[in-house]
Design a protein around this ligand. Structure first.
Ligand SMILES: O=C(O)C(=O)C[C@]1(C(=O)O)C=C[C@@H](O)C=C1
Length: 311
């Protein structure tokens, strides 16, 4: 395994790459572009890379479901870091193309959702086609497969394209959240401003099942930051929940909430505690959080993981 290799959704010029390059260690890593989210994560599962960097949610379109499904299924992975990147889309074309020439537009589906109104107003007759990523769309325009790509301006010089229109996104300031994922290992140290992620499978279908699950957080005063349901694939109406809450595993209230969930849920997958990206300076640790708490929680977690990465 290469301890210095990070994989990401490529090719060169994706927003994922732009976000990855904001990590302090990016300059000393071998950054390897791959063609899909499963491929990016499988490289880590197979030990071919130390980290995989993928988009997880967008402020306009919501969850990047390819990533959600990878976190829920398959060999467990752990999140070590997150990055928030403001997204700005441009319309890229081969030199000489005008708006009137554009019959086909391509982009990643998450990008299309963020420029839908602009496309309807400015290119109402153009047909949209899905690309594996926005940079891949730019590459396909360079090859002549499509007339225009929706991508970041930084992709234009890489694929010898011109920027025909800039800042074409519909919402004021779309943002995408990215995560650095690795194989389960030592939990990132607490900074005092952290987030904990997990997947929980709902207890038996009965009135109040979801409420019981949420109470494990509420009674301990833990703020939830995100809850997303995904079908388990095992019959209609069967869902699991991807949950992000405030706090770090080393805080007793967080580790107790996880233990509480483990008591009532058939399956709990711990996805990591890591520093929140929506904040500059780390706040002091919450009162009552000590090195001993951290050691206790880490010890409990490693016993529960039991080599399987599941609680
Ligand atoms: O295609 C890209 O440029 C990507 O990095 C992928 C991705 C995504 O998967 O959400 C990243 C950010 C944008 O919001 C749109 C697409």
């Amino acid at each position: 395994m290469s301890a210095t290799r990070y994989t990401y959704l490529g090719p060169a010029g994706t927003f994922t790459e732009a976000a990855l390059r904001t990590l302090p260690e990016a300059g000393t890593r071998e950054l390897v572009p791959l063609s899909s989210v499963p491929a990016v994560l499988d490289a880590v599962r197979a030990g071919q890379a130390a980290g995989a960097f993928v988009a997880v949610e967008n402020s306009v379109e919501g969850a990047v479901t390819a990533t959600s499904d990878e976190l829920v299924n398959g060999t467990p992975l752990m999140i070590y870091r997150e990055v928030l990147l403001p997204i700005s889309f441009a319309l890229l074309v081969r030199p000489g193309t005008s708006m009137a020439d554009i019959k086909t537009v391509t982009s990643h589906p998450v990008a299309q959702a963020q420029v839908r109104r602009w496309l309807a107003a400015n290119l109402p007759d153009a047909q949209w086609e899905s690309a594996a990523s926005n940079a891949d769309g730019a590459r396909l325009v360079q090859e002549g497969r499509y007339d225009a790509a929706v991508a970041g301006v930084f992709a234009a010089p890489l694929y010898k394209l011109d920027v025909l229109a800039d800042e074409i996104h519909d919402a004021e300031s779309p943002t995408t959240r990215f995560i650095l994922v690795g194989r389960p290992g030592r939990v990132s140290s607490a900074t005092g401003f952290d987030k904990t992620s997990m997947v929980v499978w709902l207890p038996d279908d009965h009135p109040g099942a979801l409420l019981e699950l949420l109470q494990e957080f509420a009674v301990r005063g833990i703020n939830l930051m995100r809850i997303e349901s995904r079908p388990t694939g095992e019959g209609m109406g069967n869902y699991c929940f991807l949950i992000d809450c405030e706090g770090h595993l080393s805080e007793r209230r967080v580790s107790e909430a996880l233990m509480g969930l483990r008591r009532i849920c058939p399956q709990v997958r711990f996805l990591g505690s890591y520093p929140r990206a929506d904040h500059g300076a780390p706040a002091p640790l919450r009162p009552g959080t000590s090195e001993q708490d951290f050691a206790d929680a880490a010890d409990w977690l490693s016993r529960c993981l039991d080599g399987r990465g599941e609680l």
